[in-house]
Design a protein. Structure first.
Length: 200
């Protein structure tokens, strides 16, 4: 991920409102993975204002994102930022596409919409992905992929084998623990929990 100077970009674009990271009181851009862990954003927008918005340019896998705030527009290369927050939801940009961050406890869990053929038309389904660390590759959430990703964690692998008999079981949600069951199993079978707040 390329680094870029937020203050310099802000100055060059006529003092674009909000530069240095702010505590997450509104929506905007996450420059680095650690920004999500700290809930700090840059280039803030007010989603309640019709003129403020984030334009993803996903058509044909566009490589730039637009941020419009207080009538000012700025374009940023998607590969220069980690993700964004919009309408109180966090997203990571991966291969120029947005993946909603569902949960960050233990490992990052994401949701991504896929188009699938249904009859004569198409339907949208949500597919879950995970990453071992905030800035590592996204992997489809399957029992086999989790087993490979955590091959050095025997306790979790054995619990995974015992609790989840197929990939569909991984989508089960524990209402009492208020998290996906696979996250609960992971946290209870991992000796040392990752300190994502230290990721830069």
């Amino acid at each position: 991920m390329k680094k870029f100077n937020i203050l310099l970009l802000g100055a060059l674009l006529g003092g674009f409102s909000v530069a240095n990271a702010q505590v997450n009181t509104t929506d905007g851009i996450y420059v680095k993975p650690a920004d999500i862990a700290r809930h700090e954003i840059s280039y803030a927008i007010n989603p309640d204002k019709k003129t403020d918005k984030i334009v993803l340019n996903n058509f044909l896998n566009g490589s730039r994102i637009q941020v419009i705030s207080n009538g000012q527009k700025m374009e940023i290369n998607k590969n220069e930022i980690f993700g964004y927050r919009y309408r109180q939801q966090d997203y990571r940009l991966y291969n120029n596409s947005p993946y909603q961050i569902v949960d960050t406890a233990g490992f990052y869990l994401y949701s991504h919409d896929h188009l699938v053929q249904e009859g004569k038309g198409y339907a949208t389904i949500k597919v879950l992905y995970f990453s071992v660390s905030p800035n590592s590759e996204l992997i489809r959430l399957t029992v086999n992929n989790l087993d490979k990703a955590y091959s050095n964690n025997d306790k979790f692998r054995y619990a995974l084998e015992s609790e989840f008999h197929n990939d569909n079981d991984l989508t089960a949600y524990d209402n009492y623990a208020r998290m996906y069951k696979v996250k609960h199993v992971f946290l209870n079978n991992t000796p040392e929990k990752p300190l994502y707040s230290q990721v830069k």
